[in-house]
Design a protein around this ligand. Structure first.
Ligand code: ZN
Length: 151
């Protein structure tokens, strides 16, 4: 059994669990969170499965597909729980896709996807951990930090 987090339960909202330790702030940065939203963050929470993990609880927020896709790039191990009236109504793992389309910009300024052409950036995932993507147009490889800076 994993030790439970001693932060209060939320009535409605989203719990992002099993975030690799140290990544919670990066995950939070890519989410659209309004300033009157309550967020609880657990950093370096002991986890039997992961050693340490980070956890984020966000009240009254349900994630959009693009936010889930971005989380999958930063924290491919993350699990999402949807909470409604204190109950978990849905729980799933984020899904790192084989291709990442439209959510990451290519770091190559000369790439066709940066030339104002109607071409969506598209990358193949060549490694999940550590994350590495390859642009299908210019073949530029992007490391995890390149990806995080381009989200
Ligand atoms: Zn490119």
């Amino acid at each position: 059994m994993e030790r439970t987090l001693k932060i209060s339960k939320i009535k409605d909202g989203t719990v992002i669990d099993h975030i690799p330790s140290g990544k919670a702030v990066k995950v939070l940065n890519i989410l659209k969170i309004s300033e009157n939203t309550s967020v609880s963050i657990g950093i370096r929470v002991p986890s039997n499965m992961m050693g340490f993990k980070d956890v984020i609880k966000i009240e009254n927020k349900f994630l959009e597909k693009i936010e889930l896709d971005k989380i999958s790039l930063i924290a491919p191990s993350a699990t999402i729980s949807i909470i409604k009236d204190y109950d978990i109504t849905e729980k799933f793992k984020v899904d790192l896709p084989e291709s990442v389309i439209g959510i990451v910009r290519c770091t190559n300024q000369n790439c066709i996807t940066n030339a104002g052409e109607p071409v969506s950036p598209e990358f193949k995932v060549i490694s999940a951990n550590p994350l590495a993507l390859k642009c299908i147009y210019c073949k530029r490889e992007m490391s995890e930090s390149d990806v995080i800076n381009s989200l």
